[in-house]
Design a protein around this ligand. Structure first.
Ligand code: PLP
Length: 386
């Protein structure tokens, strides 16, 4: 078995090691205000047949023994009249979001190479994820977080014992500052897309879906910000096709917020333009989708689709998921359901459809509070109840 990095642009091959993050050739052409160039993909080659556990670049013994992945895939009785609609419920991960899938692989990598400290920028979930996963296996975590990050995500990160640097600016600024910092002090970066293992770690969902459904689904709805989850989903299914586990790729639907739609627009026009993102779904709010070029390449190659949902559609979907299925997700996570609701008339009724539910609702109660009303009166006896 051979495992290497391969550049998604120029196909140059590299050894997997801490010094290599982006393709050194293609990243030379990096311009400001555009997605990252020279994204590296992990590529496996083997003459013999493989187990699914072999499809990771770090041996399983280095993975911290924590509950990440293998999340429930379940069906809600009341959510929809589509008989084969499934919720892939990643609120069940250690820190309550899908980001743990990337963090656990980066942590395993750090352990294998004797690295003790990891740096990253985040809108909130990657931070709390790396903080929690790092805490579980004794790594020091430094986080660059925009000052506007939801409080619970900041609390989570601090609670796990990470060092939090609050940035007077948005996620994109935090991303750039954290890279400057990790380069200056020669530290391992877990910045999403920049570290190729973030994409590779996020593929685990596809391997699980294959095991849970005993086949590939027909459609997967994915909330998209930086475009790393969706790329991981593609990568997992590509590996499954390569090694003969499945025959064809599912149709992947990228769901974006109207106010943060860079990848949606690029799929229409073929190019990326700077936007100023603004959406209630903080986890998918990005001005520059860092994995934009790679995600677009996958969507184009495998006939993926993209759909936009408004903040109100997201918040309604979030409320419905809670009320009808008992699943309290954060807004970004509910956007996959919002996307499904918007597109369902175009889908075959009996298709196997998976919604990725990527984060827990308690991480952002301010967003949920937009659709609920607190009781106004306090009672003293049951006679006071109206
Ligand atoms: C990060 C995140 C996303 C989007 O993932 P990208 O890789 O940035 O596209 C979606 N939902 C939640 C809850 C997230 O934390």
């Amino acid at each position: 078995m051979k495992i290497i990095y391969k550049c998604s642009q120029c196909n140059s091959e590299y050894e997997i090691k801490p010094e290599i993050m982006l393709c050194p050739i293609c990243s030379k052409d990096q311009k400001p205000n555009e997605p990252l160039r020279g994204i590296l993909e992990v590529v496996y080659s083997s003459d013999s047949s493989l187990e699914m556990d072999d499809l990771f670049p770090i041996e399983k013994k280095w993975f911290p023994k924590i509950p990440v992945g293998n999340t429930p895939l379940w069906q809600s009785e009341n959510l929809s009249d589509f008989p084969n609609l499934y919720l892939k419920d990643d609120t069940h991960n250690l820190t309550g979001s899908y980001k743990d899938r990337a963090s656990i692989l980066v942590a395993a990598f750090a352990r294998k190479y004797g690295i003790k400290e990891i740096v990253l920028a985040s809108t909130g979930n990657a931070a709390s994820s790396m903080a929690g996963v790092g805490a579980a296996c004794g790594l020091d975590i430094t986080i660059f977080l925009p000052k506007t990050a939801p409080k619970a995500k900041m609390v989570q990160s601090l609670q796990y014992g990470a060092k939090v640097i609050s940035v007077d600016g948005n996620y994109d600024k935090a991303f750039d500052l954290s890279l400057e910092y990790s380069k200056k002090f020669n530290l391992l970066s877990r910045n999403t897309a920049y570290n190729p293992l973030t994409i590779e770690g996020k593929k685990s969902v596809s391997l699980e879906l294959f095991q849970q459904l005993e086949n590939a689904p027909d459609y997967v709805f994915v909330p998209v910000g930086d475009g790393v989850i969706i790329s991981g989903v593609y990568k997992g299914f590509k590996d499954l096709v390569q090694f003969g586990f499945i025959e064809k790729m599912p149709t992947i639907i990228a769901v974006q917020a109207e106010g943060s739609n860079a990848i949606y627009k690029a799929l229409e026009s073929g190019k990326f333009e700077p936007i100023e993102s603004q959406t209630v779904a903080d986890s998918i709010a990005v001005d520059i989708p860092r994995n934009g070029y790679y995600a677009l390449q996958q969507l184009q190659k495998y006939n993926g689709k993209s759909i936009m949902v408004s903040d109100d559609e997201i918040l309604s979907a979030q409320k419905q998921l809670s009320e009808k299925a008992g699943l309290f997700s954060e807004p970004a996570a509910a956007s996959s359901y919002a996307g499904f609701l918007k597109m369902k008339d175009e889908l075959p009724k009996d298709a196997n459809i998976v919604l990725l539910i990527t984060g827990n609702g308690l991480k952002d109660i301010d967003a949920a509070m937009k659709k609920i009303k607190f009781p106004e009166k306090h009672i003293n006896s049951i006679e006071d109840i109206e």
